[in-house]
Design a protein around this ligand. Structure first.
Ligand code: ADP
Length: 468
């Protein structure tokens, strides 16, 4: 990939020094008890991030993993100084960080390029914003475009480029400011599998060959394999609110082999952490022990009934039990898609999770083997036994004489506990499950829920009478 820039040589020596003397190096960024909450229009506070302590040390690629919507991007923005925590502080080399911090740059999943500017102008833009003179910024932009393999594309516009090329521009625009810490928010998620793999390798090559003066890389991802491929250190966040569930080093040499036993073991371990939200992996600190846990409203995982049924059928087909890592491979799904389906199956009592294995329960087996009508009945029974919001809807619809209620009522309940986006997602999932189970009908025009006809008890599959 491209040639080495002589301008980087001094920075390279500094980087090498930091890498070599990593064990005595001071953290570049220190987050101390950073917490984030949003205040709803009714004054209710939604805590997105519980107080978190986190250091970014030089010489490391750190990956931040966690389920979708858990607060990864929010935490990234706080660490860069772009967003303020609601409480706690972020220090940059020991002093409070500011939103104008010159030492960070961010690569976004959506590329976030200026469509009206050429590739070269896009890459020069952050230098211009920092007041770098025209000739100097032109030279630096050309050099970095060469480094990321965009030589010859200087005068192209973003719309003329493929996703992979756009993200190269995203890399170039971040690297051109020679950030001390390079932040990346799901940088490979919008790319196809092969392009993502090749860009990941190029990033690693740049980092390992020290072709960039960056001292630390912080990557937000929901892809477990990506985290194990790239990271020197993995941090796993839990959700509602986000807190650090695990923080551990990955000592495998680069380049890493996805099939090596240690690699598979690490992927398996992370699945285990992410599927056991209540498992205490680290000793809780004294403060956490003393604080009584607040009763949380149940959060439904965002899985559709079809996904849950598909998973249960596959499990049943494979003898009722399977390793999560293998299941993800067979289904060609990453954790972001698979985990909500697993969580939903567990919540409904159709499966259990244990040490990274998923096992179908007796109820799950009955569901997987049932015909269409019986599936609805079994799902209804499971939903009304285990899902709080559906129990509430069912109870209110039975209590009201007109057996009907406005959706607003449930938005009001959910509003108390979740952010606006999450309220929408919770409601959509509850509608999907409740309508499938024929607990209620939902009219999208009047925005009202009405009691559905009861579907009865499960019955054995009917067989056609034998002709006499
Ligand atoms: P992730 O990056 O892990 O997918 P985010 O950091 O984007 O998650 O979001 C975390 C949570 O914070 C989500 O539930 C989201 O709805 C909520 N959230 C983000 N921004 C706001 C905001 N401005 N007001 C209210 N809630 C917000």
């Amino acid at each position: 990939m491209g040639r080495l820039s002589s301008v980087f040589s001094l920075s390279k020596k500094i980087t090498a020094f930091f890498l070599e003397y990593d064990f005595v190096a001071e953290p570049i960024i220190q987050a101390r008890a950073v917490e984030k909450f949003y205040t709803q229009p009714d004054g209710n506070r939604i805590e997105v991030i519980a107080p978190v302590d986190l250091d970014v040390q030089p010489g490391k690629i750190i990956t931040l993993l966690g389920p979708s919507g858990c607060g990864k991007s929010t935490l990234l923005r706080i660490l860069t100084g772009l967003s303020q925590p609601s409480s706690g502080e972020v220090l940059w080399h020991g002093a409070p960080i500011t939103s104008q911090n010159a030492g960070v740059a961010i690569v976004f999943q959506s590329f976030a390029l200026f469509p009206w500017l050429t590739v070269l102008d896009n890459v020069e833009a952050p230098l211009e914003a920092r007041g770098v003179p025209a000739l100097e910024r032109h030279k630096r932009a050309l050099r970095i475009l060469d480094t990321v393999g965009l030589d010859g594309f200087e005068s192209a516009y973003p719309k003329e480029l493929s996703g992979g090329m756009k993200q190269r521009v995203g890399f170039a625009r971040a690297l051109v400011v020679e950030p001390e810490v390079l932040f990346m928010d799901e940088p490979f998620s919008a790319l196809d599998v092969l392009t993502a793999e090749s860009l990941r390798n190029e990033l690693l090559e740049l980092w390992l060959s020290k072709k960039m003066p960056t001292k630390a890389i912080f990557i937000v991802t929901h892809n477990i394999e990506e985290a194990v491929l790239l990271a020197d250190r993995v941090i796993v966040l839990g959700r509602n609110p986000a807190r650090v569930r695990a923080d551990f080093p990955i000592e495998l040499a680069q380049p890493r082999d996805r099939k090596s036993p240690r690699f598979v073991e690490l992927v398996d371990y992370i699945y285990k952490i992410m599927t056991q939200p209540d498992l205490a992996l680290a000793a809780p600190d004294a403060a956490a022990v003393q604080k009584p846990a607040r009763q949380k409203y149940q959060m439904i995982p965002h899985a559709r009934v079809g996904g849950i049924a598909g998973l249960l059928e596959l499990l049943q087909d494979r003898g009722g039990k399977e390793d999560l890592y293998r299941l993800a491979e067979v289904l060609i799904m990453d954790a972001e898609d698979l985990l909500p389906i697993l969580d939903a199956s567990v919540l409904l009592g159709f499966a259990t999770l244990n040490e990274g294995d998923v096992e179908i329960t007796a109820d799950g087996t009955r569901f997987a083997e049932a015909d269409i009508l019986n599936r609805k009945i079994l799902f209804r029974q499971a939903a009304l036994t285990h899902i709080v919001i559906l129990q509430q809807i069912d109870s209110i619809l039975h209590a009201k004489t007109d057996h009907s209620i406005s959706e607003e009522f449930f938005y009001d309940i959910l509003d108390e506990h979740f952010s606006e986006d999450e309220v929408q997602r919770q409601f959509e999932t509850a509608m999907n499950w409740g309508r499938y189970a024929e607990i209620f009908d939902f009219d999208r025009e009047s925005h009202r829920l009405t009691l559905a006809e009861p579907v009865g008890e499960p019955h054995p599959p009917t067989t056609a009478p034998v002709p006499s």
